[in-house]
Design a protein around this ligand. Sequence first.
Ligand code: DGJ
Length: 735
Amino acid sequence: MAITYNDSERSFKLDTPKSSYVFKISPTGYLLHLYYGAYVPESDLDYLRMRLINASFSASVASPEEKGLSLDTAAIEYPVNGSGDFRVSALSIRGDNGSSVTDIRYASHRIYSGKPRLEGLPATYTNSDDEADTLELTCRDALTGAEVVLVYTVFTKLDAITRSVRVTNCSDKPFDIERIHSMALDFTESDFTLMHLQGRWAKERTLVKRHLQFGLQGIQSKRGSSSHNNNPFIALARDGYTEESGEVYGFSLVYSSNFEACVEVDCMRSTRVVMGINPVDFGWRLEPGESFTSPEVVMVFSAEGVGGMSRTYHKLYRYNLCRGEWKTKKRPIIINNWEGTYFNFDEEKLYAIAKDAAELGIEMLVMDDGWFGVRNSDNCSLGDWYVNENKLKGGLKSLVDRVNSLGLKFGIWFEPEMISPDSDLYRAHPDWCLHVDGRDRSIGRRQYVLDMSRADVRDNIFEQMSAILSSANIEYVKWDFNRNLTEVGSALLPPERQRETAHRYMLGVYELLERLLTAFPHLLLEGCSGGGGRFDAGMLYYSPQIWTSDDTDAMERLEIQYGTTLCYPPSAMSAHVSASPNHQTGRESSFKTRGDVAMAGAFGYELDLTKLNDEERELVKKQVADYHKYYDLIQNGDYYRLINPTEDKANPTCAAAWESVSADKNEVLLTYVVMRTQVSVSRYIRLVGLDPEKIYVDEATGRRYSGALLMNAGLNLTGSWHDGESKVWHLVVSC
Ligand code: DGJ
């Protein structure tokens, strides 16, 4: 078992291959955290307890048995509100006496093989029971009757531990959950750099690093989605870390709505991390017998730097979060018409693109926004999911059959959570959007947000989508979401439950996604939110690939993709070759560079293929061949970030480089992109993760290098490079 309970010490030890996590039960049932870090054999770690008493201003717990234990100064496993721990708390329950003072104590525990599902929520899972062990630790709050179950799952082959919390009302009166974080973790020191992924529309997930300071720091979303602005992922890297060495702790929330990740450094320089649903505007009423389950946080420990942490997330999310046949099945190369035509297309235009696509070896045509209702711009028709036969004159089936007969698969765009004021659906059901009576309804991209907490709304959208999906051979859906939630209220919820709306909305979206995948199990779902505004582990449970950003400029993508890979696998990052000059930035770049950058993710095209010249068509054919040649290496290999485009130490903002290495270390693909040329600078690039003993042959030149040479001296890239030039090396071990 990866989880052990030491009865005499009353301590729990959770071991992954290279990490240990230890906490214990105090004499009166408090849970005291002792250690999380590199693997240690011992389980008796009581001597590590912080014992500082900060004079009379740190209250001691009442019982003399606890020998002066102060919750103000102890490392607490799951801190609650109001009982003497003044740092940020993870749980606050308001009882029927109106008080939010919360006090939970150990009651019992259960250790078992495997991992439970989280009702109604996306979560990591095991493919077989021997992949993980689980501890369910039950605590009770005697006054409110709340039963609080802390759920820990330890993956046995990866350095990952998942956490979630389930609260049940075991009393005969209702109570309100005011805040419930999925995890908390106390460290006895604060010598860490906080990393997070910050951004905006068309510039998502740029890596930000800041050293911890006294007080509160962290990130949040209040937008009703995980957001372009802050991704539900943070890491703490202990001082001295590098990309490939040192201790790094990752925290990733498997959730797609309002979240908070808060790090507090207190007066004793100890650090607390909490992560979960954002308590702002949140509340949940629990009637007797009802339960509430928090989303899951996935904690990863790496002693191999930031890169080691990322590779653990990549493996876990690829094989234990993504589901269905597309988790491992080879993804088709897509041509999406959005940047090629925007709303200006009809059946013949799409067919012409499909014809060229087929000739070039592209495998699927995706028809983007504009095929339904009377939609010719973004001002109408969301919610009216029937075919616009002015554009598709022969109907959807005729188009899909024609595309299929070219040997191409067909995919389609939906924005299921939205409603245009100018739509038949809105005219029939004006109360179906999120709103608060008496308040104006804010508009974003000329649309409102449907109240997905309502079953009747979801039923309607499901029926419409399923009618479309059943009407032709549609094998892919791009699920878009183009504005954030405002006036978050539901017409069906009573006043005391209005603060539940945002979470109920998200549960409703998850339910609809699940229903769709159950009805159409072969569907490949691609997540999207105006690019990567909802690129999170929650969505990956349903859609194994997500549109990374609406910015398709290769140079911009370097930074976006760099940040995205901190937590998410290359297979999740949908990336397309688009036109030059780029539509978002106006920047020109070569067809080759655009291909080399897009090849780092789930590859495709997003331009009008009928406008390509002969040279570009030849390049598409070459890229298609490369895609097939390197698919396994890129998607299943180990991913190494070699040069950070935002923080290139040798020549700031000049270049980016990354590398994929096969599991047996026999094959390497290295990509290098020059962002801004500088003259007269030397450039060497040292490879990572190879076998020092093996001899690698550069496929293009035949030159032979030992792994040791490539890792210690590297390749010499000094020379003349143009702005935006890229190069790819394929190195294979000689037999
Ligand atoms: C936003 C997406 O990110 C784009 O790719 C495209 O699908 C548009 N929406 C369509 O409205």
